[in-house]
Design a protein around this ligand. Structure first.
Ligand code: HEM
Ligand SMILES: *[C@@H]1O[C@H](CO)[C@@H](O)[C@H](O)[C@H]1NC(C)=O
Ligand SMILES: *[C@@H]1O[C@H](CO)[C@@H](O)[C@H](O)[C@H]1NC(C)=O
Ligand SMILES: *[C@@H]1O[C@H](CO)[C@@H](O)[C@H](O)[C@H]1NC(C)=O
Length: 319
């Protein structure tokens, strides 16, 4: 009797250890003993870059998101072409669009000076996204750390698993669900479009062809700098009201039918997410806390940990 109880306890304890280990893959104190100044060093580099160019905050938030959606948060997006790598930078959703690589490379080189070979590029991306949000008035969150860097990239995955600005609401919901993110997470995360810019080519069809689901004055204004043909790269703010501050105006714009991308407006177009958009348009704090929680979830997508992958010395190439 006694021995079978103790046997049962041993099994339970082992199960508990296994569960705790797989739960605690990433931790916010990961570098506390190995590189105690890592986070302040990254923050300084990120702040400096955003103080030079405010849009960089948006670009850095997006870079982390595009990293995590492809193979997980492993800094695969940072790898350049080489004999073994076909870079994800060529993907439809990334090409001539994602930016901030030099900022991450610079943060990495500052961190390498104080703790060589310790801090991953994937973690730097995650910290940079948080620091960028804070710098432009957005929420903060405790970044989980301990990701390692991939030795591979996957262009074909990047071509199929980054969200498309023409996607329907159902396909956006299903894409995000494949990454463990709910429709509510997807709406909160889309609120990142409260900062940053988009190119004419991404919203031309919406402003010229969608007469039913757009504010006509807004469409007319956008057409001035985005002609029916040509000027593909001309930029417009995703949130025309406060393009440089992180707030909930993005959701207020959607209610006025002033979403810039088709994928923005589908979130408030008579579908199942309308109520979430309405809620966030009224409750900025609720939006910000949901955004922060969803960013932590994004940062947890399939990280490499333990002895998987490597700690790259230079973010754009494998060691
Ligand atoms: C829901 C599906 C989404 C679609 C279809 C989408 C699509 C786009 C597109 C087309 C652009 C403009 C790119 C260009 O013109 O070069 C853009 C910009 C941006 N996206 Fe998204 N996005 C989505 C979700 C997200 C999420 C979840 C985040 C972050 C959490 C995000 C953050 C950003 C930011 C900050 C910018 C501005 C970047 C800059 O100014 O450099 N997006 N997005
Ligand atoms: C990586 O590739 C980009 C273009 O995709 C280029 O601008 C950059 O200079 C390259 N970086 C290095 C260090 O070679
Ligand atoms: C990319 O991912 C797909 C799907 O997981 C896989 O079949 C393919 O072999 C990968 N390609 C590379 C270059 O790793
Ligand atoms: C206009 O936008 C709505 C969603 O915002 C979409 O359902 C509809 O198909 C679009 N119409 C055209 C002509 O693109």
């Amino acid at each position: 009797m006694a021995s079978s109880i103790s046997f049962a306890c041993t099994v339970l304890t082992l199960l508990l250890i296994i569960c705790v280990q797989s739960e605690a893959k990433l931790s916010s104190n990961f570098y506390d003993s190995t590189c105690p100044n890592a986070l302040t060093t990254i923050r300084t580099a990120i702040r400096t870059a955003i103080s030079r160019e405010r849009r960089m905050a948006a670009s850095l938030v997006r870079l982390h998101f595009h990293d995590c959606f492809i193979q997980g948060c492993d800094a695969s997006i940072l790898l350049n072409d080489s004999s073994t790598i076909t870079s994800e930078k060529h993907a439809t959703g990334n090409m001539n669009s994602v930016r901030g690589f030099q900022v991450i490379d610079n943060a990495k080189s500052q961190v390498e000076k104080i703790c060589p070979g310790v801090v991953s590029c994937a973690d730097i991306l995650a910290v940079a996204a948080r620091d960028a949000s804070v710098y432009v008035g957005g929420p903060s969150w405790k970044v989980k750390l301990g990701r390692r860097d991939s030795t591979t990239a996957n262009l074909s995955l990047a071509n199929t698993q980054l969200p498309d600005f023409q996607a329907s609401l159902d396909s956006l919901i299903s894409l995000f669900s494949t990454k463990g993110l709910s429709a509510r997470d997807m709406v909160a995360l889309s609120g990142a479009h409260t900062i940053g810019q988009a190119q004419c080519v991404t919203f031309r069809t919406r402003i010229y062809c969608n007469t039913s689901d757009i504010n006509l004055g807004f469409a007319a204004t956008r057409k001035r700098k985005c002609p029916a043909s040509g000027g593909d790269a001309t930029l417009a703010p995703l949130d025309p009201v406060t393009p440089n501050s992180f707030d909930n105006n993005y959701f207020k714009n959607l209610i006025k039918k002033k979403g810039l991308l088709a994928s923005d407006q589908v979130l408030f177009s008579g579908g199942s997410t309308d109520s979430i958009v309405l809620e966030y348009s009224k409750k900025r704090k609720k939006f910000e806390s949901d955004f922060a929680a969803a960013m932590i979830k994004v940062g947890n997508i399939n990280p490499l940990t333990g002895s998987e992958g490597q700690i790259r010395k230079l973010c754009y190439t494998v060691n």
